[in-house]
Design a protein around this ligand. Structure first.
Ligand SMILES: [Zn+2]
Length: 142
């Protein structure tokens, strides 16, 4: 697991420089490790419409586009443009996006924080989920 964490941090650092953040200048890179051992990366992409895509969301979209649905560990790194990135916690929106996959797969997702690995359920307790809108994802899990 340790070498996978280092690999994820490295991949997140690599993609962080590609972020498009002309409005906040805060550039974020993320990497997602899946159960089969694949790594998907993403960076934040902002727009004048203020409907920004966050790095974790971009990485999750890349995972889904590749046909995978089992994220197990997520790392995000960020910094103001030109500064050295550090590990950052996922924002509330991204915690909710990650919780979708925890709900689908019925397992917790690990998040790397600067203090170590945390469980998504601890970072987003009492979360809103599919059951709250009367949806059972059982038929969608594989
Ligand atoms: Zn976010």
């Amino acid at each position: 697991m340790m070498h996978q964490v280092e690999e994820l941090v490295s991949r997140a650092m690599d993609v962080q420089v590609n972020a498009y953040a002309p409005y906040t200048k805060f550039m974020v890179g993320a990497a997602v490790l899946t159960k089969p051992g694949s790594i998907y990366i993403g960076c934040n992409v902002q727009g004048a419409d203020n409907d920004d895509t966050h790095a974790e969301e971009a990485a999750l979209c890349a995972m889904v586009a590749a046909g995978e649905r089992h994220p197990i560990l997520v790392v995000a790194v960020g910094a103001l443009e030109g500064c050295a990135p550090t590990i950052i916690p996922p924002c509330g929106k991204c915690r909710q996006k990650l919780m979708e996959w925890s709900s689908l797969n019925k397992y917790d997702i690990e998040i790397l924080l600067s203090t170590g690995i945390a469980q998504l359920s601890d970072l987003l307790p009492n979360s809103f989920g599919p059951a709250d809108i009367g949806i059972d994802l059982a038929q969608h899990s594989t």
